[in-house]
Design a protein. Structure first.
Lengths: 166, 200
């Protein structure tokens, strides 16, 4: 347990520090955030053709309302928590890579739902938008990470069905 | 099965716990604000004069002032820069923690909640200090960074990321997990962990 905690916290702090480096922000985080905005727009467009993506900004051309996807809103922090948890737990490299890839996908899938929901909530009611943006969605994203991690542990256990607990 | 029940119940309980948290407002934030006030005015008396709670907002009176667009010491400027911080940015961790804990139906849940609350207030105090650090960096800038004992800008940014964007959601999960020990859900999780560890 102590070993897990040490590795978990170490990786968490390390990845957070790396994420904040200017070259990483410019080469990875900002293009990735722009991709999230473009993906969100691509999902919305068949239903609402007034939406446009401008870099990290999602804008409604008819109302002028826009949301900017900033640090803390791109799901990278949640993904870092998941990566730290997966890497800290003893498993084969193959299993870890599968878990990180699948987990990243599920976290980002929910994050896109979050971005789209916030885009429409903001146009409807700003107070509700703030509630969801600042308090509810961060919790739901962390719950998503927890669910993914719990499924990962169960899946790892099923890879070795002969072992039972005392 | 138990884990699924845990997640579903957490989602069901969240509107209740968040409703109570919203209604209680100041009550859940006050101890963290007092602690933050004590820590900052003790460690950085040359930067922070005092923190005061006004509803769910904290008003931080700094030792900086402004005259003609130039930031200087408050005594020289004849005025004082005060910054407002929304305590809810960190205190929602209590609502999340309460939902997680109540969904687990643990023995001595109230006692465990009080212990968890104590830790969350401590973490929230650091969160509030991080928000203030970030705001001072943006509003005051160089005079703040040049003050004795102030960490570099990158460290302030990292601390903000960690204490404000991550800890309000990660800390409740860690506390809840720690307090699960001995419960049926813990046994189920421990079995999964043992089986998964044996695989490695």
């Amino acid at each position: 347990m102590a070993r897990f905690l040490l590795i978990f916290v170490g990786i968490l702090v390390g990845l957070f520090a790396i994420e904040m480096l200017k070259p990483v922000q410019e080469a990875v985080i900002q293009p990735f955030t722009g991709l999230l905005a473009a993906l969100s727009t691509a999902i919305i467009l068949p239903f609402d053709d007034t939406v446009i993506a401008q870099g990290r900004i999602l804008r409604d051309a008819s109302t002028g309302f826009a949301v900017s996807i900033e640090a803390g809103c791109n799901g990278v922090e949640a993904a870092i928590v998941l990566i730290a948890g997966v890497v800290a737990f003893p498993a084969s490299v193959k299993h870890k890579l599968i878990a990180i890839s699948a987990g990243f996908f599920f976290v980002q899938a929910l994050n896109i739902v979050r971005i789209i929901s916030l885009f429409y909530l903001g146009q409807w009611n700003y107070t509700v938008f703030e509630w969801f943006h600042l308090y509810l969605w961060p919790v739901l994203i962390m719950l998503d990470v927890l669910v993914v991690y719990a499924i990962y542990l169960q899946w790892l256990g099923k890879q070795h069905p002969g072992v039972e607990s005392a | 099965m138990l884990m699924r029940r845990q997640f579903v119940l957490t989602l069901i309980l969240m509107p209740i716990t968040f409703g109570i948290w919203y209604a209680a407002g100041t009550l859940f934030a006050a101890p963290a604000v007092w602690l933050c006030d004590f820590l900052l005015s003790s460690a950085y008396p040359n930067i922070v004069e005092a923190l005061g709670l006004q509803g769910v907002k904290v008003l931080a009176r700094t030792q900086f002032g402004e005259d003609g667009g130039v930031i200087m010491a408050a005594a020289e400027a004849g005025n004082q820069i005060a910054l407002e911080i929304n305590t809810r940015l960190v205190s929602y961790s209590i609502a999340f923690y309460a939902a997680l804990l109540m969904a687990s139906n643990l023995k001595d849940a109230i006692y465990k909640f009080c212990i968890g609350l104590f830790w969350l207030w401590l973490i929230m105090a650091f969160g509030l200090a991080s928000i203030l650090g970030k705001d001072l960096l943006l509003v005051v800038g160089a005079p703040f960074l040049n003050a004795p004992g102030v960490p570099p800008a990158d460290l302030i940014a990292l601390t903000y990321q960690f204490n404000v964007l991550l800890m309000p959601t990660l800390a409740p999960v860690c506390l809840w997990f720690w307090q699960l020990r001995g419960s049926p859900l813990w046994e189920a999780l421990a079995n999964d962990i043992k089986r998964a560890s044996a695989r490695a």
